[in-house]
Structure formats: C-alpha cells, structure tokens
Design a protein around this ligand. Structure first.
Ligand code: IVH
Length: 676
C-alpha cells in the first residue's frame, strides 16, 4: 500500500507534537497538556504506523523499546576519555583546590573566579552520541576508555530524546550525563519487588547501573529511570558551542536534553560554599539522590589551560556531603514504646559517624520489617541517616554474620509498664495496651487530657506536663487534681502567683461534661465527635462502661474497630481505677437519662442561644449539655428560639430575646431543665 502525502504529513505532525510534549514534560518539567492527551497523540501515531509500516523510522517516539534482547554487550571506545572527579571532603580541601586553580592560571589570590556549581548526581554515567541530531549510540563509562554499548537500553529512557530539537547542533555531538532512578521510583519499585518476593535494589545508584546493564530492553523500560546531562564530549561539525560550561548546559536544554535545574554560576570559594550549604539543606527534599556538589571552572579556555592530572580534570572537584550510609554492628535489639503506645524495635549500635553525627540507635520500624531484613544481634549492618530523618538499618551484610547471631521476637508484654502488647489483624504496628497506665504514654495522654477541647485546664502546658511527668508528680490524669501549690512552686519558672492560678484553673476544670470527659480519656479512635455521640446516647458513664461491642456498634457512626477500642479501654482495670479516682477528686458532669434516642431527649426540638459568661460552665460545656439532651444551639436569637441562656455581660442577644418574647434562663435554670 502506498502512503499518501497527506498521511505522511499527518504522521510527521504527530511525531513533532509528541517530541515537543516530551521536551516540555521531561526537559523542562513543564507539561503543556494533560497525560491523557499525550497518550492519545501517541496512540494515534501507533495506529497510523501499524497501518502503514513504511512510516516507521528508528527515531519515531513509538520505537523506544526494541523487540529483541541482545545476546551480549558490544564495546565502545570513547574517543575522548570519560574522566572521574577529585574529591573534597572539607572546606579546607576546597580552599586547596581553589588555590591550585589560581596558581596554575597565574592569577592572584583575590582574582574573581567563576565556577559552575551543580549537584553530584548519584547514578551511572552515560555517553549519548547524536549524529545529525539522531541518537545513534549510548554507552556506559566503563573504565573511562572502553565502555559497553547500551543503545537499546538508553533508548527506553523517556527523558532521553531520540532526536534533538531545534537547530544548530554539531553534526556529531556526544552528550554526557548521569542516568539515575528518582527516589520515588526507587521506593515504588522496591515495594513492588518485595511484594512479589523479588530481589530489591540496595540503593538508587545500583538500581540505575543495574537497569542499564540489561540485555533485554523491555526490562530496562520497566525501570523508572531518568537522566540529567552534565557535559559534552565530542562536538564536531557545524557551529561551535558556547565558551562557558554553564552556557553549554543551557544550550543542551534548548536542544531538548534534560539537565538538572539545581545549577548555579557562583563566584569564589564563598559562592561555592553558599551553594553547598543551600543544596545540603534541600538535599532530602530533592526527587533524586545526590552525594555532593561539583564545582567546575566555568570558562572553557581556562579549563583547557588547566588540563588533567591522571584521570581527573584540574578544573573540577566534587565536594562531598557527609556519607549517609556506614557500616556498624548491632549490639542489641530493644523495644521502645512511643507516646501513642506503638512498640518499635530499635537497634542499639556500636557508635558510628554517619550523615554528619554519631549514631548509636537506629529504628527498625516494626516487627515485620525487622524480620524481613532479618537483623540479628551481632550482625554487621548498613545504617543510614539522611538529613534529620531518624537513622535506620538499611540491611544486613550476611557474609559478616557471626555464629549464634540471635533473632529477636515481639515481646508479649510492654517493656515499660508490663501491659499486654497487642497487634491488630493486618496491622504492622504493635501497641502497648497500657494507655494512661504506661509511663511511656503518660505525657502525651496528659497533654491531651488537659487540652482545650478536653478538660480544658488553662495554664497546664506541654512543658509543665513534661516536667511533672519526669519528676514523677504526675502519673495519671487523676494526679492532676492532687497537685498542691507546693508541688508546683518547686518547678522551674513557676512563681507563687502562677502556681495559684494553675491550682484555680485545675479546680475549675472539674466541672465538665460527659462528652468532654470521654474525649479527654484518649481512647484510641474516639475523637470529639464520637465522644459527643457516646455521651448523648448513654447520658451516664456507667452505661457506657458496661456496653458490649455489639451494643456499641448499634450507635450511629460506630463501627467494629471503634467499638473494640472502647471495649478494650474499659476492660483495663487500671483505666477504671483512674476514672474512679478522678470522680473521687471531684471531676463531675451532669448525667441524664436519655429515654430512647436523642430524638426524644429532654430538650429535643428546643432551640437555644447562649450569651454572656456563665458562672461555672464554659460556652462549650453549656453547648455540650444542651446537645447531649437533644437540644439545638444556634448563633442568634430569632422568633424560632425557645430559650436564651444568659450569663454576666449579656449584650444585644438579651435585648433581642425580649423583643421576640424568648424565655431567658440562667445556668441554674438550664441545669434543672436538663436534670428534672
Ligand atoms: S562531570 C570531567 N558533573 O561523577 C568531569 N560528573 O566522579 C567528570 N557525576 O563519572 C564528569 N554528577 O558519573 C560531572 N554534575 C556532575 C556529576 C558527575 C555526577 C558523576 C559522573 C562521573 C563521576 C566522577
């Protein structure tokens, strides 16, 4: 079948559009169209090409993944050697480098030296040869002189153009850069591999290098690889390239090659250090791994003058970040109880300097992770500390496992309080069931207990609670109501007056509502709304304490998980003890008997408005009280309002109530209305 001119034109146009969108998406990271639209263009081209196979050309965007695996890698002789970089680990070493550059160039110590600063990418170096704008060969660095031919694989990387865009590129152009696996792709790949019981990658660098060395391009195509170009090798024929490194990189980008956006032209050592510090801070937030910064003398004329020493250029240096991974030994594996009761295995390590600090503990996340990694006491492991992230054990070096290295199991009892350790079905996290009883969970539980929407103890902040917990003055919430002025005065930064105030607000917090009280208990999964629902449904604590899971599940919005948590909480003897003591010390709330559902609560169908300051109840408490009895609270007085509850300093609402002939209640009236 002959291809009409119109069809050929259509396929050319589709290819141009796809190349343009590839460029926007990959090189510029700024797509113009949604993915679905791109997919449609691609499908149209595929359809056209399968109908007219003579339209297919090797640089067509449909031709990335070849059909047939190769049987062995061919070799590639690099016409210009692929060099490595010298390293600087300290500022002093960077100063030395700078001084050597200036000396060689015969410049004075205060000369204005311009460097191109860019991230040192952690992947695998590749050489991409373009002839007349077409990608004809991809190669690994190999030993710098001889690499492997990986054309079939680099073609599968979508950010590598099969054809350069625009015009003016050299007839032969060798683009050099780093192929890498972005962090997200690496994590996702490993997660999938782990699920399928397949081999995982140790780090993104190995992932990139390993993926490039596949005989079957279909395998490479499935790996989430990306590339940034960082230099040019051969450049022959056509216009000459710019005479500054930074401008060459900009030019590559215009030709559709992806380059790293984190590049900067800086001056002198101080400029280099600023860049190093700023990139170091942002390192963890980057989408890809970097292990340092590369500074390159920006002027190509100067680069030529400086030349090379052994296999590294004199005009560039890699300023490394502190290593994020190191080897050390596991001295013990212990279980830590977090503030929420999560029981987490922690490796106690022989101290090691990693990520810029000395690390002697590393998290093992959870018991499944511990067993999956098969970490045992005595093992030599790789620890990783990335930025401010908690150090973790990455993996064991099995070859270094000593005889009798001990496996560790999840303890049945909490190492802090001895309560039962529980792990819900399908859950990875094991938890101590000790709740308020467990010292590890105390501070957090207490902070919640006194918080504004719970018992609302004004002036009892996080810092104070920490102090009171560490000095053992506070063990359970009930202890709050036993605090004496003397206990408080002994604390840091606590004067007589603030101690007095605190005692007063503790006293005031005793008058609460059942909803607040339930919320304050910090029962897992019982938030404010659930607590409110429970209070309205039961009216009295005793009824709730004895409710079965089945019964609880009958309440609106309470499912099996929440019902089980509530039951488990009230099944713990020490939780009941704490509650009993709280009531003994005077914590109280209005109880009522909701006859049936909320629909026929005592205040059902009645609309209330609150105004002014009530003597004992806060606005929230009064609201809870009304709602618990089935009443409704609204913001402004109207004809439809049944009652205005007014306290001191009532304002315009009181006037409105008179206008609309609405009954006005005080706090006492409200209480008797609810309780009668
Ligand atoms: S320039 C002549 N720039 O580091 C300079 N290399 O140790 C050699 N690398 O094999 C390359 N990021 O794979 C340069 N921004 C960057 C780089 C970079 C990573 C790798 C590259 C090379 C190795 C040299």
């Amino acid at each position: 079948m002959t291809v009409s001119a119109a069809t050929r034109k259509k396929s050319d146009s589709l290819r141009d559009q796809i190349r343009h969108h590839n460029y926007r998406y990959h090189a510029l990271d700024d797509p113009e169209i949604p993915d679905a639209e791109y997919d449609r263009l691609m499908r149209d081209l595929q359809d056209l090409e399968s109908e007219y196979p003579e339209l297919v050309s090797p640089d067509s965007p449909t031709q990335r993944v070849g059909d047939t695996p190769i049987s062995a890698f061919g070799t590639v002789q690099h016409e210009l050697p692929m060099l490595s970089l010298g390293n600087a680990f300290t500022e002093a070493e960077l100063h030395d480098f700078h001084r050597r550059v200036l000396d060689r160039l015969d410049l004075s110590a205060d000369a204005d030296m311009v460097y191109a600063a860019e991230p040192k990418l952690d992947g695998a170096a590749v050489s991409l040869l373009y002839e007349n704008g077409l990608l004809v060969r991809g190669a690994t660095r190999g030993d710098g002189t001889t690499g492997e031919d990986i054309t079939h694989n680099v073609r599968t990387i979508e950010s590598i153009p099969l054809r350069l865009l625009g015009a003016g590129y050299p007839r032969r152009l060798e683009v050099r850069g780093e192929v890498f696996m972005p962090k997200a792709g690496f994590d996702a790949y490993n997660k999938k591999a782990r699920k399928a019981g397949e081999k995982t990658f140790v780090n993104p660098r190995n992932a990139a290098a390993g993926s490039l060395r596949q005989l079957d391009p279909k395998l490479t195509a499935r790996r989430p690889l990306d590339m940034f170009a960082y230099s040019v090798g051969i450049a022959e024929g056509g216009k000459s390239l710019p005479d500054r490194h930074s401008e060459i990189i900009d030019q590559l980008q215009e030709w559709g090659v992806k380059v790293c956006p984190e590049r900067r032209v800086v001056r002198g050592v101080s400029g280099c250090l600023d860049f190093y510090a700023s990139l170091g801070e942002r390192r963890d937030g980057l989408a890809y791994e970097i292990d340092g910064v590369v500074y390159k003398v920006d002027s190509l004329a100067m680069q030529n003058e400086l030349g090379f020493v052994s296999r590294a250029p004199r005009w560039a240096i890699a300023h490394k970040f502190p290593a994020q991974e190191e080897l050390t030994e596991v001295e013990a594996i212990e279980f830590q109880v977090g503030r929420t009761g999560a029981v987490t295995p922690v490796a106690r390590l022989k101290p090691v300097f990693v990520g810029g600090v000395t690390v002697s503990n590393a998290t093992l996340h959870n018991i499944d992770e511990l067993h999956r990694k098969d970490v045992r006491v005595g093992d030599t492991v790789i620890v990783r500390r990335a930025g401010d992230v908690i150090p973790e054990v990455v993996r064991v070096i099995p070859q270094r496992r000593p005889k009798g290295a001990r496996r560790v199991e999840l303890p049945g009892e909490c190492p802090v309080c001895g309560s039962h350790v529980e792990r819900g079905e399908g859950e990875t996290v094991a938890r101590c069931t000790g709740g308020l009883f467990c010292a590890a969970q105390r501070a957090e539980a207490l902070k919640h207990f006194v918080s504004r929407r719970a018992l609302d103890v004004e002036g009892l902040g996080a810092k104070l609670i920490e102090q009171l917990v560490t000095t053992a003055r506070l063990k359970t919430p009930a202890d709050i109501f036993r605090l004496r002025r003397e206990d408080l005065e002994e604390l840091e930064r606590m004067g007589e007056k603030s101690a007095d105030n605190l005692i007063r607000s503790i006293e005031a917090s005793k008058a609460t509502t059942l909803a607040r009280f339930l919320f304050a208990l910090g029962i897992r999964e019982v938030g404010e709304a659930t607590a409110g629902g429970l209070a309205a449904h039961y009216g009295r604590l005793e009824k709730l304490v004895t409710a079965s899971e089945d019964e609880l599940q009958g309440i609106q919005d309470i499912g099996p998980v929440v019902a089980a948590r509530i039951r488990a909480f009230f099944d713990e003897e020490h939780n009941l003890n704490v509650i009993a003591r709280l009531r003994e010390y005077g914590v109280e709330w209005p109880e009522f008997d909701p006859t049936g559902t909320k629909k026929d609560g005592k205040l059902s169908g009645k609309t209330f408005v609150l105004t002014g300051t009530l003597p004992n109840l806060t606005r929230d408490q009064a609201k809870d009280l009304i709602q618990a009895a089935g009443g409704k609270v609204t913001g402004s007085v109207s004809k439809k309002t049944d009652y205005l509850v007014a306290g001191a300093k009532a304002g315009s609402k009181l006037a409105n109530a008179e206008k609309f002939d609405v009954a006005v209640l005080n706090e006492g009236d409200l209480r008797s209305l609810v309780e009668k």
